[in-house]
Design a protein around this ligand. Sequence first.
Ligand SMILES: N[C@@H](CCC[C@H](N)C(=O)O)C(=O)O
Length: 258
Amino acid sequence: MLIPFSKMEAQGNDFVILELIPALKTNLPLNILAADICKNHTGVGADGLVILLASEVADGKMIIYNKDGSRAEMCGSALRCCASLLSGYTGKKELKIETDSGVKRANIKAEGIQVSLGQPTLIKDHIWVEGIEGTLVDIGNLHFVSYQDVLNGQEQRLGPLLEKHPSFPGPVNVEFVHPYSAKEIEMKVWEKGVGPTQACGTGAVASVFTGINRGILADEVKVNMPGGEVLIRKLENGEFLLEGPVTNVFNGVYIWKI
Ligand SMILES: N[C@@H](CCC[C@H](N)C(=O)O)C(=O)O
């Protein structure tokens, strides 16, 4: 089966995107396709598979699967990639995108794509899991955020242990964060269903949300990740904006041997 795709990335968080608009749905077995197409050596290679469909309530609908074939509820990087594609089709600079976590707003700006991820929910602060202190945050998907004095590869060592830990209500994305100042942090991530990635948009928002709640961060923070930086802003109504550039890397056709 031949599957045309676009390969896009946001700070190195990379996706295979199937642009299926004007279809409203697809019958492809997306979990199986995601696990095959995202493989590094025998597939296209990516952190996730994204399906861009038409929507009855927004400019488009995003569905995302992780590299291991599990479905993800939200993804800040893929949302910005979808906003960029939708803006290309429609010419619009302000868009609405339907996701598993509700309809999200996107703005195409000169500096990059800005999306609103809404108001995160603090599930529990200062919890201890496997000797690591952190905060559990829901931003459409779950994050365990741990502030550290130094980042020394904790995501590689502890990510696999924490991702599916029985202390959590479900699998979590895990972020280790070091604050440089009230306006700048460094963040390393272990994503659920993927592993260590170059960047994570929802993880960046969860990290800043945690830092603001703890009184150590300002309302506008630069987040440095291995693949690049994003800007996070908290608005007065508690909503969080995520901003950063995305790139269309290449287009291709995947030969799926199903
Ligand atoms: N692995 C995540 C989904 C992807 C998150 C993403 N990289 C982001 O930019 O937010 C999950 O399963 O929750």
